[in-house]
Design a protein. Structure first.
Length: 149
């Protein structure tokens, strides 16, 4: 299935009522490849599609719903930091943290089980919740529950 365009994704985000302050410029295939090399793993298609459209998405109230790839608190940085933590969860090496909901939780995706978007709070250690089955679904859910509306 071909990836949706930036315009198609923006339309879907708007249709779902997800309030965005800013969309980053599209990431280049080279920027994505560099992030994958630094993480030693391929980004799942769900994230590749988003990054090819937007290198970062900031929610209306400032939460980085999609971390930029290479910023000081970007996808590569945050994943590398958590993977080096002494008290890290066992699953963190394979999952990719990609965004934050503004309540202290990170969203992550496991490339081997891409139909589950994980919600993890670092103080919860090994424990996480399955927050949805697609990235846009969890972003929309934040709107439905009144957070950041």
């Amino acid at each position: 299935m071909p990836f949706r365009t930036r315009s198609q994704l923006e339309d879907e985000i708007k249709r779902r009522g997800i309030q965005v302050r800013s969309f980053g410029a599209p990431a280049t295939p080279e920027e994505i490849a560099a992030a994958e090399r630094q993480l030693s793993q391929r980004l799942p298609d769900a994230l590749r599609e988003l990054y090819l459209a937007f290198n970062g998405v900031i929610h209306r109230l400032g939460s980085p719903f999609l971390l930029d790839l290479h910023g000081p608190h970007g996808l590569v940085h945050d994943n590398r930091v958590f993977r080096l933590e002494e008290a890290k969860p066992s699953w963190i090496q394979s999952a990719i943290l990609f965004g934050c909901n503004g309540l202290g939780d990170y969203w992550a995706i496991n490339p081997e089980k891409t139909s589950e978007i994980l919600k993890w709070r670092p103080i919860d250690g090994e424990d996480y919740d399955v927050d949805g089955s697609a990235v846009l679904d969890v972003w929309e859910k934040m709107q439905l529950f009144g957070h950041h509306s």
